[in-house]
Ligand binder design. Structure first.
Ligand code: NOJ
Length: 564
C-alpha cells in the first residue's frame, strides 16, 4: 500500500536512482565500501588489570562479543604513549603503547586475534599535533628561536612592545587563545607556539619535510605490525595559512567546536599528504593483498568540500558527520542524505555514516526531547535508517546497548579539557565516554575485575538496565536490532552499496527503496503513519502493527522489484 504525496513533503524524486555507479565486484572490491566498523573507546571498553582504565588486553577478551554482533572491524582510539591531557590525542611517542593500555606485546596479540576472527583493525593516527612531552617539542623548548628544532612547530614572536601579545588573534577550539608563550632557556619570556586544541597539544609544522617523513615511518611501523588502516584525526588540519594572518572571526572554532577558521584548516597543501599516505597503503596492499584503509576525520562544512579529500588517489573514506548534528526532522535528514549521496558517492568513494562517537552526545539523549523512552525509540529508528543507507557505517561502543548520555556527572568527576579550559559544561564529552556496562547489578558492571580501582569516570547505577548481559538475554533489545540489521546487510544484496530511490510519503515520514526492492521507512512524527508497504516488515525498530508505522519507528520490508 502506498501513501499518496502530500504538499509540503520533502522534495521526493521518485524514479531517480541517487547512486548509479555499480558497486565494484570481485577481488578489486574494497572491504570498507559498505563495512560496519565498531569504535572501541579503549579507556572505557574493558579494564583487564584493575586500574580503572580500559586496556588492550581487555579488548581481546571482548572480541567474541563484537564478532557475535556482526561488525566487520574495530577502530581503536589512540593508545600511544601520552600524558593523557586529551585522553591520548596528545601523543608523546607514536610508536609506543602507553603503559596505561598495555604493551606492544598486548597490541600484537590483539592484532593476531582480530586477524583470526576476521575483524579488521583500524588505528587512530594523530598528525596535526603532538604532546608537549614529545621529544621534538622538548628539544624545541631547549633550542633557540629560529632553530631547526623550533621550525617543526609554529613558534613565532609575540606582538606588542615586549612580545606580550599572541602572534595572531586565533582562538583554540577547546577554549582560550590558540597561542601559549614559553620561557626561553635563560628564563626570559620568549616566543609563542600555536595549538589549535589545548596548550598540551602543540601543532606540528607540516611545511617541514621531517614531519611528513616521520609520519610515514609511523604508518609503516603500525602497518608492519598488522594494522588494516588508519582513522586520521583532524584530517582537514595539518597545514595553516603560510602567513598565519589574523582571522576576521577569531572565535569561530571555539564557538562552533568545529574546524571552521578558513585560515587554520582545509588548506590545499594537505591533499599532497593524503596522496602520499594513500601510496603507502597501496604499496602494502600490493605487497600482500591485504587492503589497507585511510578514513579521515575531515570535518569541513559541506559534503562537496569533503569530496575533495576523496579523490581517487587520496583518502578512501571520510566520516560524514552531518547526521551527528541533524535534528529529528524528516526534511532535514532527507536533505543531508541527498547531499552526501550526491557529492560523496559521486567521487567513487562511499558515504561513511556516523550517528555516535566519543565527541558527541549519544543519540538516545540527543533525540530524546527530554523523554528517555522517546529518545531510545528515535535512536533505534535512526540506527535502522543509517544501516539501510548506501555506504559504510561506524558504530560507537554502547550505542548497541542504547546507552544514554550521562549528563549529571559531578564537576569534580569531569575530565574533558574542554570543561577545564572553559569552565563550562556545554559540549563536554565525558558523558558519552562512561565505561561500558557489561554485566551485573552495580558498578563496575563487569568493566573491571573484582577489587579494581573505581572506573576513571563513574558509572551511574541506572546502567544496570543497559548491561550487555541483559541486552543479549532480551530479544527486543537494541543489541538484537543491531545484530539483525548487520546480519541482513551481509545477506541481502540490496543493502550496503548500491542505489537509493526516494518514494513519496506524507510529511514526517521518509521512505526509500534500495536496489530492486528493499524498502526502508522511518516515521519522524509523533503520530502513527500508514506503512508504505503491506505486510510484515523484515525488521523494525519497534512494534509495527499491520499497515502501520508507529511514531519514532523505522522498518525494512522486501517488495520484489519495487516500483513504488
Ligand atoms: C578529534 C578527536 O575525535 C577528539 O577526541 C580530539 O580531542 C581532537 N580531535 C583533537 O585531537
Amino acid at each position: 500500500m502506498l501513501t499518496s504525496p502530500t504538499p509540503g513533503d520533502p522534495p521526493a524524486t521518485p524514479g531517480r536512482a541517487l547512486l548509479t555507479a555499480p558497486p565494484a565486484a570481485g577481488p578489486d572490491r574494497r572491504w570498507w565500501r559498505d563495512a560496519v566498523v565498531y569504535q572501541v573507546y579503549l579507556r572505557s571498553f574493558q579494564d583487564s588489570d584493575g586500574d580503572g582504565v580500559g586496556d588492550l588486553a581487555g579488548v581481546r577478551t571482548r572480541l567474541p562479543y563484537l564478532k557475535r554482533l556482526g561488525v566487520d572491524g574495530i577502530w581503536l582510539n589512540p593508545f600511544y604513549a601520552s600524558p593523557q591531557h586529551d585522553h591520548g590525542y596528545d601523543v608523546a611517542d607514536h610508536c609506543a603503547v602507553d603503559p596505561l593500555f598495555g604493551s606492544l606485546d598486548d597490541f600484537d596479540l590483539l592484532a593476531e586475534d582480530c586477524r583470526l576472527l576476521g575483524l579488521r583493525l583500524i588505528l587512530d593516527v594523530v598528525p596535526n599535533h603532538c604532546s608537549r612531552e614529545h621529544p621534538w617539542f622538548r628539544a624545541a623548548l631547549r633550542a633557540a628561536p629560529g632553530s631547526p628544532e623550533r621550525a617543526l612547530f609554529h613558534f613565532a614572536d609575540g606582538r606588542g612592545e615586549g612580545g606580550e601579545l599572541p602572534p595572531n588573534n586565533w582562538r583554540a577550539m577547546f577554549g582560550g587563545p590558540a597561542w601559549t608563550r614559553i620561557r626561553e632557556a635563560d628564563g626570559s619570556p620568549g616566543q609563542w607556539y600555536l595549538h589549535l586544541f589545548t596548550p598540551e597539544q602543540p601543532d606540528l609544522n607540516w611545511r617541514r619535510p621531517e614531519v611528513a617523513a616521520e609520519f610515514e615511518r609511523i604508518l609503516r611501523f603500525w602497518l608492519d605490525r598488522g594494522a588494516d588502516g588508519f582513522r586520521i584525526d583532524v584530517a582537514a588540519g595539518l597545514f595553516k595559512h603560510p602567513e598565519l594572518p589574523d582571522s576576521p572571526d577569531p572565535e569561530a572554532d571555539e564557538r562552533t567546536r568545529d574546524s571552521v577558521n578558513p585560515l587554520a584548516w582545509n588548506q590545499p597543501e594537505v591533499h599532497g599528504i593524503w596522496r602520499r599516505w594513500r601510496a603507502v597503503c597501496e604499496e602494502y596492499t600490493a605487497r600482500d593483498g591485504r587492503q589497507r584503509l585511510l578514513v579521515g576525520e575531515a570535518s569541513v562544512p559541506t559534503a562537496a568540500e569533503q569530496a575533495a579529500y576523496l579523490r581517487p588517489d587520496e583518502l578512501h573514506q571520510a566520516f560524514f558527520f552531518h547526521l551527528l548534528h541533524a535534528p529529528w526532522d524528516a526534511a532535514h535528514w532527507h536533505r543531508v542524505v541527498d547531499d552526501a549521496v550526491r557529492d560523496i558517492a559521486a567521487t567513487g568513494s562511499t558515504v561513511t555514516w556516523v550517528l555516535n562517537n566519543h565527541d558527541q552526545v549519544r543519540t538516545t539523549t540527543r533525540f530524546g526531547a527530554d523523554d528517555p523512552l522517546t529518545g531510545a525509540a528515535r535512536a533505534r529508528a535512526a540506527a535502522l535508517l543509517m544501516l539501510a543507507l548506501p555506504g559504510a557505517a561506524y558504530l560507537y561502543q554502547g550505542e548497541e546497548l542504547g546507552l544514554p548520555e550521562v549528563e549529571d556527572l559531578p564537576d569534580e568527576a569531569l575530565t574533558d579539557p574542554i570543561y577545564h579550559r572553559t569552565g563550562n559544561r556545554t559540549g563536554i564529552r565525558d558523558g558519552c565516554r562512561i565505561p561500558m556496562p557489561w554485566s551485573g547489578q552495580e558498578p563496575p558492571f563487569g568493566f573491571a575485575p573484582e577489587g579494581a580501582k573505581q572506573p576513571w569516570l563513574p558509572q551511574p547505577t541506572h546502567f544496570a538496565a543497559h548491561t550487555a548481559e541483559r541486552a543479549l538475554a532480551d530479544t527486543g533489545s537494541a543489541w538484537h536490532l543491531y545484530r539483525e540489521a548487520l546480519h541482513l546487510r551481509r545477506v541481502l544484496p540490496q543493502l550496503g552499496e548500491g542505489t537509493l530511490r526516494w518514494i513519496d510519503t506524507p510529511p514526517g515520514v521518509l521512505a526509500f527503496v534500495r536496489g530492486d526492492g528493499l524498502i526502508c521507512a522511518v516515521n519522524f512524527g509523533d503520530e502513527p503513519a500508514l506503512a508504505p508497504v503491506d505486510g510484515e516488515p523484515l525488521l523494525a525498530s519497534g512494534p509495527c502493527p499491520p499497515c502501520t508505522l508507529p511514531a519514532a519507528t523505522a522498518a525494512w520490508w522486501i517488495a520484489g522489484n519495487a516500483k513504488l
